[in-house]
Structures are given as structure tokens and as C-alpha cells.
Design a protein around this ligand. Structure first.
Ligand SMILES: [Zn+2]
Length: 345
């Protein structure tokens, strides 16, 4: 099957989440007005990777992380395939190249073998290898299956398929990239329904220990989870479409809220990119937006008006700051939802 990228002209102007207006006052610095040309916007001068970021001395570039998600690859959902193909190709053209590519859940639309095959094929066509070149995160669509009607046995089969296709031993794991600590969370407990998400107590306790250690060492903890916690980023507030989508929301927030070094990046809602730090002594919550399509109305899950739109993040990590650039992976341009900079203490 061959897919070709099409032109995405005349996209509607995307207005960021209303709550995003608060981001500037909550961050140490939020320079969303910066608007260099698309090409130069992603060009930084990489220096040799060295010791962990939290050292003294002049600011150093440490790593670039491409964060995409909600690709929803399926042979019956052609727009998602076209956007994913464009995103993979865009990533290979970044300069400098990303040191890690996080794919934050809903990689496939149903978690079917042929959908994982298609993801691998699209990656290969772009010059990438799936899963080798990716940091994969399981989404609720990977626990959906063909018809969404699951038993404990079929949930386990779908989790096993994800682990096998992503060559992972566990749904939650951590990895190091140029001295940065990346922590991946996943749905290792049976949910109430396939569109819901549950994290085990064991996983949360493992996370607590890692975050404790990072904080003691003065390191940032880059945490990735598909489903957002309630009342964090846009579309997660009462009455909005991603509210109550994470069954373990309270328990997760209890763990992460103790740690100001945490950056928790989530997907799922197909909202515009969003950056929120409700407690200046607490974690930063980030929405990475979606590759397949966006939802422009927090109360309407249909995607009306957002088909043809595609967003992800480029995260440039420096010793003194973390820069999040909302990137249109299809148009190859900085998205109108801007950028956010968090200074490291
Ligand atoms: Zn999802």
C-alpha cells in the first residue's frame, strides 16, 4: 500500500486553549512571541553531550526530543496514515536530529498486528526503524482491539501484543538519553472500558521512588503517559472531553505533585499543545497534541474542523532550560500555539 503526502493548504487558524494564556505568568519564561523562520526555528548549535544538565557553568544544549502521539495508524483511516508518514519524514529532516523520538500512545487505532506492521512500514519508508528508533508509550487505543469489547484475557493479549511489537518487557519503564531521565508510564491494570486507563499501585510506587531519586540528584524527570490527569492541561477540566479518562488520576497527581522537577507530558485529548504549571512549586503539565487530527472544541469529540491538522512537540533541553516548541509536523512549521520555556532552577 502506498500513501503520499498531500498538500494541507488553507488550514484554519488554530487558537490555543484558553487556559494557555496563564502559562506565561506561571513559567519562568514563556516566549511565545518568538517567530523565526520555520527552518531556523529548529536549528540550534549542538555541543557535545556531557554530564547531567544540572551542573554549573554556561548553558549547554543537551538533547532534542521529538514528541508525537495519537498517530492512530490504521489501513482504514487514511488521513492518520498520511499525517504519520509526514511526521516521520519531518523528524528525519530535523537539524540537529532528535536524540529520542517519543510516540506517546494511540500509535495504532486498535492495537492490531497489521496496524503495527503499517507503523513499521511507514517508519522504514522515512528511514527510521520501529520500534528501535522510538520510545513507545501504550495508549488506550492499543487496548481497544477489533471491537472494543474486552475481557481480562483480551486486555492481557493486547498488552502482550504491544510489548512484543515494541520489544519491551514492561509497560512502564525508564531510559536515559544524553543523561536525561525519560520515564514512560502505561496501562498495566484492567480498565473499566477500553477508552479508560488504569495504572497499578506497583507502578505508581515505582514512579514515586524514581522521582524521589531524581529530585535528590537535582535532575529533571521527563514523564510520558498517554492519558492526561484531571484538571491539568486543557480539555481535562470538568465537562471537557478528556476529563475522567484516567482512572488513576488522583493517585498519579499525589505522586507527581510533590516533585517540581517533573515534566509530565500527555496526549489523548487531541487538544492543541498546552503547558500548565498550576503550582509554581509543583510539576509542569504538557499536552503534546496529536498527529492524526485535532479537536478544536473541548466539549466535542468529533474532530470537526480539526481534520487536516497535526501537531507535536520539539523539546530542546539545555542545561539551564527546557524549550517546548509546538510543531506542525505536516506543514513543517512552528505551530500557532507557540512555544514555552521552563527555566531550570
Ligand atoms: Zn487516547
Amino acid at each position: 500500500m502506498a500513501y503520499t503526502a498531500t498538500a494541507f493548504a488553507a488550514l484554519p487558524q488554530l487558537v490555543g486553549c484558553a487556559s494557555q494564556e496563564n502559562a506565561g505568568s506561571q513559567s519562568a519564561s514563556n516566549d511565545s512571541a518568538e517567530d523565526p523562520s520555520a527552518a531556523s526555528a529548529l536549528n540550534v548549535e549542538p555541543e557535545e553531550a556531557g554530564p547531567p544538565p544540572e551542573e554549573a557553568g554556561p548553558p549547554r544544549f543537551i538533547a532534542r526530543i521529538a514528541v508525537i502521539g495519537d498517530t492512530h495508524v490504521s489501513s482504514t483511516f487514511e488521513p492518520a496514515v498520511i499525517h504519520t508518514q509526514a511526521a516521520f519524514q519531518a523528524i528525519t529532516q530535523f537539524n540537529p536530529k532528535p536524540d529520542a523520538i517519543v510516540i506517546n500512545g494511540d500509535i495504532t487505532d486498535h492495537g492490531l498486528e497489521e496496524e503495527y506492521d503499517l507503523v513499521a512500514q511507514l517508519a522504514e519508508e522515512a528511514g527510521l526503524q520501529f520500534p528501535d528508533d522510538f520510545v513507545p508509550v501504550m495508549g488506550n487505543h492499543e487496548q481497544r482491539g477489533a471491537d472494543g469489547h474486552n475481557t481480562p484475557e483480551t486486555y492481557q493479549e493486547l498488552r502482550d501484543a504491544f510489548l512484543r511489537r515494541c520489544e519491551l518487557r514492561r509497560l512502564y519503564y525508564d531510559t536515559e538519553v544524553n543523561g536525561l531521565h525519560l520515564i514512560v508510564l502505561g496501562p498495566d491494570a484492567d480498565p473499566a472500558a477500553w477508552y479508560s486507563f488504569k495504572l497499578s499501585d506497583e507502578q505508581l510506587s515505582w514512579l514515586d521512588d524514581l522521582l524521589e531519586r531524581d529530585e535528590e540528584q537535582g535532575r529533571r524527570s521527563f514523564v510520558f503517559l498517554h492519558q492526561p490527569a484531571d484538571n491539568t492541561v486543557c480539555y481535562t477540566h470538568e465537562g471537557e472531553l478528556a476529563h475522567a479518562s484516567l482512572e488513576s488520576s488522583d493517585a498519579l497527581l499525589q505522586v507527581v505533585s510533590k516533585h517540581p522537577n517533573v515534566i509530565l507530558t500527555t496526549g489523548h485529548s487531541h487538544s492543541p499543545s498546552d503547558f500548565q504549571r498550576p503550582d509554581p512549586e509543583g510539576p509542569l503539565f504538557v499536552a503534546n497534541s496529536a498527529i492524526a487530527y485535532l479537536r478544536l472544541d473541548p466539549h466535542n469529540g468529533s474532530g470537526e474542523g480539526g481534520f487536516g491538522m497535526s501537531r507535536g512537540l520539539v523539546v530542546d533541553v539545555y542545561s539551564d532550560r527546557t524549550e517546548f516548541i509546538s510543531w506542525d509536523y505536516v506543514l513543517g512549521d512552528e505551530a500557532d500555539t507557540g512555544r514555552y520555556t521552563q527555566l531550570t532552577r
